[in-house]
Design a protein around this ligand. Sequence first.
Ligand code: HEM
Ligand code: SF4
Ligand code: SF4
Length: 533
Amino acid sequence: MVIAAARSVLRRGFELIERPFDRLFGPTLNPLAQLGALGFFFFWIVAVSGIYLFIFFDTGIERAYGSVETITNDYWFHAGVMRSFHRYASDLMVVMVVTHLLREFAYDRYRGARWFSWFTGLPIIWLLYTSGITGYWLVWDKLAHYVAIVTSELLDWLPIFGEPIARNFISTGTLTSRFFTLMVFMHVAVPLFLLFIMWVHILRISRPKVNPPRTLAVLSLVALMAVSLWNPAQSQGHVDLAKAPVEVGLDWFYLPLYPLTDLWGRGAVWAFLGAFFVMLGAMPWLPPLRRAKAAAVDLAHCNGCERCAEDCPYEAIRMVRRTDGLPFPTQAQVNTSLCVSCGVCVGSCPSSTPFRRSEELRTGIDLPDFSLKTLRERTVAAAQSLTSSPRILVFACAHGGSAGRVGGTVVLPCVAMAPPSLIDFVLSRKLADGVVVAGCAESACYYRLGVAWTKLRFAGARDPYLRARVPRERIATVWASALETRRAAAEIDAFAATIAALPPPRLRSPAPPTPLAAPADELRVRESVESGS
Ligand code: HEM
Ligand code: SF4
Ligand code: SF4
């Protein structure tokens, strides 16, 4: 209950910013829809600027501070700018990670089969913070001293180290440079491990967006350059181990918990962190998502064309060696633990053709809980319920702004589940005067690729195409989020008005009952199946 309420409030917050932004600048420029990609982008900036800084950085504790000062003052126009890039891009990574986490939560894209991406996101946070904190250590200024002391105190509270390490930072006499060397090593090694976990994080996602659109990348670079020149990263005076560091300027992106160590005590900080991450880790199961049955392959109708594997947004389909003796090298195989039951594969299969006469409409890959046959039945029933003119049939995504529309609406898990031939079927059989395909907002497709695949299929740029014979003026797409019900309804009404103004459709002989755009191979499978050979 509390979690659902928090999700709803956050969702409203995101939509309040995102939807007007989408309309003003276009969905591809929406940075909130590119947070993962921007996370990668800033990681690369941090990595490149870090390598550059290492050329000038002296890794010995005696000269580290001096080398950073040289970078900042003497070589300000290149290495100094790089230092600022390094710092501000690291800060931006924290912003991206936190906002990305909140957005995936707000749009409920972390439960069910998506638990993996959520779960692997959590070590990313720890690794990112460890990278940042060890980085502050290397400057060996007053802030580094403060970070060193508080970190050591925090670590000392854990029963890991035999001897308290905080003591090392209290007086010059007992200080060894070993910790400093360890920090230099960690500041290189931890980000490498972070990159590895970032790779693991997106393993179960097809075509993950790891590069932001060029315009967004250029704008981010320009902004970084502007901030770097306006407010270059500076050190806070050489460390004085004889004095306790007071009055240091904190980086609130990386060190927000440090002042709390004094206020709450170390045990309370660890307890807070432990409880927070246990709760985050449990989130995908609080409560668990009610999962529909995974997609299932019907080998008799699968010709191994790979389209479903190409289109699946969650890497849930693999092509494997044929097992049923049909003359195709491969067949589709669904990994049920990865499948989110979006139905995108059903829409991509060449066997998914509603024109087939057979009562038992079967296709190569189908959703057991909502089959293509059911989809055709609901389509026909919804069309028959249309009484007023013009008759507008709506295929509505269950997660978009038209899901609650009453009358003449077929609700699907994702609009990309509807094969383009279904629209051809509706219009060529004169079941409706116009068809609306109403999905999620373009920059927030619940199943990631549903909107993109639908657009490409309609444009004839991705199999299965919407056939050329389908009158384009009788089709509209509406991309609106679940909170934009009014805009979705207004767009459908406007489309109905344009349909009303069109001349009545030319009477054609009924469409032949042959399948649509099915490749020859696929036809052969079907023929062999239907003739029982
Ligand atoms: C450096 C940090 C991170 C980077 C670079 C990153 C990057 C990405 C990318 C590129 C995607 C795929 C987006 C797409 O193409 O649709 C993704 C998905 C996801 N991320 Fe992250 N991520 C990071 C941290 C996190 C964290 C901390 C969490 C939460 C604990 C998280 C949760 C998720 C979830 C749940 C998805 C799956 C969304 C879906 O299935 O539609 N990520 N991430
Ligand atoms: S329903 Fe199909 S496309 Fe969607 S996740 Fe499952 S296998 Fe992939
Ligand atoms: S025929 Fe259908 S089920 Fe088989 S590989 Fe092609 S799209 Fe997938």
